[in-house]
Design a protein around this ligand. Sequence first.
Ligand code: COA
Length: 402
Amino acid sequence: MNVGIDIAAMATGHYALDLRFLAVARSVDPRKYTTGLGQDFMSVASPQEDVVTMGVEAGLRALEHVSDPTTIRLVLFATESSVDQSKSAGIYIHHFLGLNPSCRVVELKQACYSATAALHIATAFVRQNPAAQALIIASDIARYGLNTSGEPTQGCGAVALVVSANPRVLVVETTTGVYTRHIMDFWRPNGQDAACVNGRYSALAYLEALSKTWADFQCNGGGSVGQIDFMCYHTPFTKMAEKAFARHTEIARSIQRGGQYLPAFLPSAVLYGRRLGNCYTASLYISLLSLLENTAQDLAGARVGLFSYGSGCVAEFFTGVLAPGYQNVLFAEAHTAAIAQRALLTVSEYEAFYTQSRDPVCVPEVRYYTGPLCFLGVKDHQRHYRLTLCNTESCTQVRLVS
Ligand code: COA
């Protein structure tokens, strides 16, 4: 039975910062960000956006193509920007999407990797329950701190993946290569909302994990590199994905003799990433959407290689085959509009957003642009949200008043 991604949708924060302005403010040559890191903008979440609001927006979009949402019997929420130490953020998603109560909901954590764990758990679930579907929400806000070397690689976004039998987007193949090793390249201790990161070490660890997962994939009977048509990599910044492709090509050339066919890594696979920044758990799947929605050629039948990396670290290499007619269930126009319509912040507005509490005291009104769900704040240690299907008119304040 073919099982995999039936629907894929994304959402991002409703504000953005042009990294050329950040470079000027930080006295850095803008080409370091745009060429050296390969990033043009970062999405910024306002104080009224969080992983739940972005996840609900992506989820509502995905449900547009689900004929019977009551068949969703498993919701997996993948994040490393969790809003609670106990309650799964997936339960808010389940509530606001009005899903079937006969459903398991759980949150998964392992840095940027956990959406891939969710995907493999979901495909196993559907193989056991072919009439059921699973919903994966991967949602994150990447925060490294003002004036740090990680700052220009921040971003935010969410993806919603509906996993089913006979999928309309990507049939996920069962052979995978995995790798786990205890390292301290990136972590976020309790009580801290910005990550601790040994950035250059994390980039080296990422490349080492790519080699290890590729070797494990081969040991497990995975095909040769010549059987993969296109690659998508976890994209903390787009230059990292380019380096991964260079490393992958190097490994392939060292194993194979002669001029065997190599997969392509298309610029379209990082087009969204260049504009959104790092979306942690969602990044790999945003790269897949970017490839599918920004490549004019029909890729149906092509095999895509996917490399997932989560610092700490766990990594996985796997493949999928694109279904015929996948274009009919994409949301290319809506995604392009969401990216283009973000309100551009000045550096001082971005800094003011950044320094505000991520858990503000609950206010009754919607003050900033958000998607269909607005985070109102925290009261009695409980998070409060308001569903507001389009808030551009009700929003009283699009700019921060100092
Ligand atoms: N014009 C063009 N390129 C420039 C430049 C300029 N004026 N100045 C610097 N660069 C290039 C550098 O040569 C380097 O490219 P290279 O890696 O191909 O050599 C790149 O820009 C980054 O410069 P570097 O000095 O290495 O940046 P940094 O040390 O300040 O920060 C990270 C880079 C990735 C370490 C940092 O952004 C970070 O910690 N990010 C978060 C962690 C992360 O994303 N890890 C990835 C694996 S999960």
